[in-house]
Ligand binder design. Structure first.
Ligand code: SAM
Length: 272
């Protein structure tokens, strides 16, 4: 059992069942994971040795996109759905370094994230953690934490980074549920496992098969039209939806690209 933060109900964590957040933590090189989580990545590594790149590229995209929103848009309110376990640079640290007044609400429903995340992510007055299911936009947006902390009449940056590929259906509907409620000027930052429908497709579908049939039970690789549908109603910022490591990289790419890197895409859009 993970010890609860002071004043919180104890959280019981089943270490025999894999968790999306802990599998991702392992793929990023973190230490908050168990054998059941590690076995999933290790099995994929047998067919795709560079699998860790998907997680690293995705996380680096999140950080660059967060910096972009904080510096290139007037938005200072962030709703980070599927925060994951605390890692080296969390969204609030990235954006508050640039905009100290920025407010961040994290949403996650993984018991390990709830246990560790609340204590570590809610580390200042401008940050909150909400234990909720991101598949229910109404419940998230109407939760008192969000209602009291964010002003939904002003633009919000909605992060759905590496979350919706863990949702089996209704993904475009879920995004519409958020975007319909957010005002013009709101920003979407989204990444997703990708089936490029070319020579890399077999690799994408092989990894998907291993993930979906693992104790984690999710990891859907979607096609370009399916991912474009998640940005419905927003205008994409240049360069559009691209593989994560190609979304405004920090510098020239000197290392050769691996096929798994072509199987995760990200993009940023602004509601007109
Ligand atoms: N967004 C972070 C990033 O990209 O670095 C973490 C991504 S991690 C792969 C996905 C996170 O989404 C996990 O922490 C998982 O618990 C959370 N998640 C998945 N489905 C969820 C749901 N239905 N409601 C709330 N959180 C969910």
């Amino acid at each position: 059992m993970v010890q609860p933060a002071e004043g919180r109900a104890p959280t019981y964590i089943d270490t025999t069942r894999a968790s999306i957040a802990r599998v991702y933590d392992y793929a990023l090189g973190g230490k908050d994971n168990y054998e059941v989580d590690r076995a999933i990545i290790d099995r994929i590594r047998a067919v795709a040795p560079e699998i860790g790149r998907i997680a690293l590229d995705n996380r680096a995209f999140l950080i660059r996109a967060a910096r972009f929103v904080a510096t290139q848009t007037p938005v200072t309110q962030f709703l980070d759905c599927g925060s994951g376990l605390p890692t080296a640079e969390n969204t609030h640290q990235v954006v508050q370094r640039l905009r100290p007044e920025a407010r961040v609400v994290y949403v996650d429903n993984d018991p390990t994230v709830v246990a560790h995340g609340r204590a570590l992510l809610e580390d200042n007055d401008n940050t909150r953690f909400l234990d909720a299911d991101l598949r229910d936009p109404g419940a998230v947006l109407d939760d008192p934490t969000v209602q009291e902390f964010l002003d939904l009449d002003r633009p919000v940056a909605l992060f759905q980074v590496a979350t919706l590929h863990h949702v089996a259906e209704r993904t475009a509907e879920i995004m519409a549920g958020y975007l319909d409620r957010l005002p013009a000027g709101s920003v979407v930052v989204l990444s997703h496992f990708f089936d490029p429908e070319n020579d890399d497709s077999a690799l994408a579908r092989r990894i998907e098969d291993l993930l979906v049939h693992s104790p984690m039970g999710s990891g859907h690789f979607r096609t370009r039209p399916q991912i474009e549908a998640l940005f419905s109603g927003v205008e994409l910022v240049e360069p559009g939806i691209v593989t994560c490591h190609r979304w405004w990289p920090d510098g020239p790419q000197l290392t050769p690209e691996d096929a798994v890197q072509r199987c995760v895409v990200g993009g940023v859009g602004i509601k007109p």
